[in-house]
Design a protein around this ligand. Structure first.
Ligand code: NAP
Length: 484
């Protein structure tokens, strides 16, 4: 199968923080892959920007090293890498000072898309926006890409939105949530809104509950100081998991259009009920055989920051009345696995006697690893001996169904960067969405801070704290097994 490539305009992409970890691991390798896919028109440039006084050649060598390290060997073609490097430039610039801004202005060209990626600490977002504007570097067609975290509470998110709004319109601001760039996440919308099959069942009448799991095996490692100020609620739930919940719970937008989609997501966030203490379980991983526990990585030996959280959430609207959404995410868990599972109710009347094999239908949307979808359905167990039932998957593993095409699907970052160049904001968070998400999150965090709750300790390599199991058991349900 030949994949369709939608052309993009000629662009200048300036990466502030071009020498940083995110640029090396995700942004640059992603751009190289899009270059290989002919999505970087001739004349387009990538301009790295950071304080380090590097020559252009020295920065190009850093770019080459990033490709060597983070692009699969079979995609590393010497001639292509050289051609890609010819598009790379560098400017030494200080986000908080005067150095470099005149040089950057002189590098800008007319009649090309100008995109500015803020891959630096959030404390610098305002400084960069201000200087781009003061120096006349950003024009009306320019766009900025802002990394996470977008604030740490409602007040800071509002302040940041305010600073950016002084220099850029909402249509120029791309707040990145790389979960929205994942192929399966977009497929969730395709499955819901391009098929008649699921939407009629997508409501309280037929859905028993929804589980969203984002499980990691890694701990906080060297990021202890940063993570300790954040925790699982701020780092994962307020943004990524909330976005997933929105895509499941939202009403069909009138069109696949940025504001139509984001309007519907915003309605879901606003319909989220406050979460009471008995519906929240927080955890902290203990030391394992080879690795220290959470507290050993934190600068605060008495830290109460959670490396795990499970929540029972209710969406208070007509469609989802009484349907719990169980969310859980954590570090140092049994396996690296992210999935959404929609469990449907059982048929209203059982005509088969075989109670043993009686299970619900479950639609599992797998984000990583092994992206794909699985619909668990009941069939008759083969062979004679009466009507016994068994549950089997209708498997839509993308690798199996799409073959080579699945290997070529862009990863989340490369897709999102190309959307920035095309000017498509559908998969980016709008300012009011982010603020509404914090407005729901803040009281939850304030609640456990006021109660001075300590997270429950859990074993590394486990499924999380015991109390998280109880969160579902007491409702007569259970978590799906965390497995790759
Ligand atoms: P990092 O490795 O610390 O890199 C920071 C970059 O910013 C460096 O290139 C640094 O170069 C530059 N910089 C620092 N101060 C500057 C200044 N005053 N003026 C201009 N440039 C300056 O950080 P990172 O991990 O790449 O993270 C970047 C952003 O992405 C952060 O907002 C982070 O939260 C977000 N993010 C990162 C990841 C990840 O996996 N790394 C994932 C999600 C989100 P110089 O020191 O030479 O100036």
């Amino acid at each position: 199968m030949v994949s369709r490539v939608i052309p993009v305009d000629v662009f200048d992409l300036v990466i502030f923080g071009g020498t940083g970890d995110l640029a090396r691991r995700k942004i640059i390798p992603g751009l190289y892959r899009r270059f290989l896919a002919n999505q970087m028109p001739e004349d387009s440039r990538i301009i790295g920007a950071a304080r380090a006084a590097l020559t252009e050649d020295a920065f190009r060598e850093q770019v080459r090293a990033a490709i060597t390290e983070f692009v699969p060997a079979e995609r590393q073609e010497a001639a292509a890498i050289d051609a890609f490097l010819a598009r790379i430039a560098y400017v030494a610039i200080d986000a908080t000072g005067t150095n470099g801004w005149a040089t950057l202005k002189a590098m800008m060209r007319e009649n090309v898309v100008r995109a500015f990626y803020f891959s630096v600490a959030p404390s610098l977002f305002g400084d960069i926006a201000q200087r781009l504007s003061d120096h006349g570097i950003a024009d009306a067609w320019s766009r900025i890409v802002v990394e996470k975290p977008f604030g740490r509470d409602l007040a800071s998110a509002k302040a940041l939105n305010g600073v950016l709004a002084r220099h850029f319109t909402e249509a120029q601001i791309y707040r990145i949530d790389h979960y929205l760039g994942k192929e399966t996440v977009q497929n969730l919308m395709a499955v819901r809104f391009a098929n008649i099959l699921f939407e009629p069942l997508w409501k309280a009448e037929y859905v028993d509950h929804v589980q969203i799991t984002v499980a990691e095996t890694v701990g906080v490692n060297g990021r202890g100081a940063y993570y300790d100020k954040s925790g699982a609620m701020r780092d994962m739930v307020q943004n990524h998991m909330m976005q997933l919940l929105c895509l499941i719970a939202m009403e069909p937008p009138y069109h696949f259009d940025p504001d139509a989609v984001r309007d519907e997501k915003l309605k879901v966030i606003r319909a989220l009920k406050p979460v009471s203490a008995e519906n929240i379980v927080r955890g902290q991983y203990a030391a394992g055989e080879k690795e220290g526990g959470y507290l050993e990585h934190s600068e605060n030996p008495a830290s109460k920051t959670e490396s795990y959280i499970a929540l029972k959430v209710n969406v208070s609207n007509w469609r989802w009345q009484g349907v719990p959404f169980y969310l859980r995410t954590g570090k140092r868990l049994r396996a690296r696995a992210s999935e959404i599972a929609i469990t449907f109710k059982q048929p209203p009347h059982a005509i088969f006697d075989d109670a043993k094999g009686w299970h619900e239908n479950v639609l599992v949307i797998r984000l990583q690893p092994n992206e794909g979808m699985n619909l668990m359905v009941m069939i008759k167990e083969p062979g004679p001996g009466g009507m016994r039932l068994m549950q089997v998957p209708l498997d839509m593993s993308f690798a199996a169904v799409l073959g080579d095409q699945a290997d070529e699907t862009p990863d989340a970052y490369e897709r999102l960067i190309m959307d920035v160049i095309r000017g498509n904001q559908t998969l980016f968070m709008r300012g009011d969405e982010v603020e509404a998400a914090w407005a729901w999150t803040d009281p939850i965090i304030e609640g456990w801070e006021a109660r001075s709750d300590r997270p429950q300790v859990y074993d590394p390599g486990s499924s999380g704290p015991e109390d998280a199991l109880m969160l579902m058991h007491r409702d007569g349900r259970r978590w799906r097994e965390i497995k790759e």
